[in-house]
Design a protein around this ligand. Structure first.
Ligand code: TXA
Ligand code: MG
Length: 315
C-alpha cells in the first residue's frame, strides 16, 4: 500500500481538506511534483522542511491559481503584471516585494521582505489551490539534495509516508523546475535557469537578462548551492561516447547515443522532460559505478539542463 491517489474529484477534495487542516500533499505541476502546504500555516510549512530534511532558511515558492492573488500578496509593477499576463500559468517564478507582511507568511519567506510566486500550468495543481482556498507553498517533493521528482512514484520513493497524500497526475511535461527571475531591481536578473527559456523572456522584455550564478556559500536563491541536484552515483558531464569509461552508464543526447538518450532528435524540450527521470533510472542501475552524460548545447532549455547536471556532477 502506498499513499499515492488518483486524481478523482473525491481525492482532489480530500487533498484540499488535508491542506486546509495543515497537512502535506504532493501534487503534480508541469515542471516537477511539489510538496504542498497552506502558506499561512507555519506549522505545516515547517513540516515541509522536516519532511525534506531541508535547511529551514530556504524560502519557498507560493503557488497561486488566480492572477489577481499576485497583487494581493506582492507589490506588482507594470513589468511584473505584463510578464504574469504573458507567461502564467507556466514555468516562471517571480521574486517580488511582499505586500502581505503577515507574520504567518514569515516562514514561507524565510523572514525576507521578498517572496516568490508562481501560477503553475497544471489542471490538478490549479484545482487543488482553488479548493484549498489558500496559496500553496511547494518546493520540489523530494529529500533535500536529491533529484527532483517528475512522477508520483519518484515522490513516494523519496518521501514515503512523510506526506499525507500524493496525487498522481502522471509524468510532468516540462520536467525541470521553473525559471526564477528577480523583479526587485530595475534590471531583470535570472536566479535559476528553468522551464522557460531565457531567450523567450528577453524577446518579450526587449532587453538582456543578467544570469546570476550567485555565491554558493551565501545563496540568494539556494537552488544556487553547488551540490543541490545530486544522484547517488558519481556523474561526469560533457562526455562524448569516445571519452566514456567502460563501466559508466551513459546518458546520450542527439547523435551521441548511450544506455539512454535524452532526445534522439536533439530536442532540448524533450531532453528537459526526460532529464530527472533518466537520472533516477541511471542511479538505480546496480551494475554501474558511475554515470556519464553527453554534452548539451547551452541554448534554450539547455541552460537549465546544464545548470542541473553541473550541480549533479559536483563533488
Ligand atoms: O518548478 C518549480 O519551481 C517547483 C514546482 C513545485 O513549482 N518548485 C521548486 O521550489 O522548485 P524549490 O523550493 O525547490 O525552489 C525554490 C527556489 C529556491 O532555490 C529558493 O531559495 C528560491 O526559490 N527562493 C524562494 N524565495 C526566494 C526569495 N524571496 N528570494 C530569492 N530566492 C528565493
Ligand atoms: Mg528542489
Amino acid at each position: 500500500m502506498t499513499n499515492i491517489f488518483d486524481c478523482s474529484q473525491t481525492n482532489l477534495q480530500r487533498a484540499a481538506d488535508v491542506i486546509k487542516q495543515g497537512g502535506l500533499v504532493a501534487f503534480p505541476t508541469e515542471t516537477v511534483y511539489g510538496l504542498g502546504a497552506d502558506v499561512y500555516n507555519a506549522k505545516a510549512v515547517a513540516n515541509i522542511f522536516a519532511a525534506k530534511g531541508r535547511p529551514a532558511f530556504n524560502p519557498l515558492i507560493s503557488h497561486i491559481a488566480e492572477p489577481d492573488t499576485f497583487s494581493e500578496l506582492a507589490e506588482t509593477d507594470e513589468r511584473a503584471l505584463a510578464l504574469a499576463k504573458q507567461f502564467w500559468p507556466g514555468p516562471l517564478t517571480f521574486v517580488v516585494r511582499r505586500k502581505n507582511l503577515s507574520p504567518a507568511l514569515d516562514l514561507v519567506c524565510a523572514g525576507l521582505k521578498t517572496m516568490t510566486i508562481r501560477m503553475p500550468d497544471h489542471p490538478i495543481a490549479l484545482a487543488l489551490i482553488k479548493r484549498a482556498g489558500v496559496p500553496i507553498a511547494a518546493p520540489s517533493a523530494n529529500r533535500s539534495q536529491s533529484i527532483s521528482p517528475t512522477t508520483a512514484r519518484h515522490v513516494f520513493e523519496s518521501l514515503g509516508n512523510k506526506v499525507d497524500m500524493i496525487l498522481d497526475g502522471g509524468a510532468c511535461t516540462v520536467g525541470v523546475e521553473s525559471t526564477i527571475i528577480d523583479l526587485t531591481t530595475p534590471q531583470t536578473v535570472m536566479l535559476r535557469a528553468g522551464g522557460l527559456a531565457k531567450e523567450t523572456l528577453e524577446d518579450f522584455l526587449g532587453e538582456k537578462i543578467i544570469l546570476s550564478h550567485g555565491n554558493p556559500d551565501m545563496p540568494s536563491s539556494p537552488g544556487q548551492m553547488l551540490k543541490h541536484y545530486a544522484p547517488q552515483l558519481p556523474m561526469r558531464i560533457n562526455v562524448t561516447p569516445a571519452e566514456k569509461r567502460p563501466q559508466e552508464f551513459y546518458i546520450g543526447f542527439g547523435s551521441m547515443d548511450g544506455n539512454l538518450n535524452l532526445s534522439k532528435s536533439g530536442d532540448l524540450i524533450e531532453a528537459a522532460a526526460n532529464l530527472f527521470a533518466f537520472m533516477h533510472l541511471a542511479e538505480e542501475q546496480t551494475e554501474y559505478p558511475g554515470i556519464a552524460m553527453a554534452p548539451i548545447p547551452e541554448t534554450g532549455l539547455g541552460l537549465a539542463i546544464n545548470d542541473r547536471i553541473r550541480r549533479a556532477s559536483y563533488r
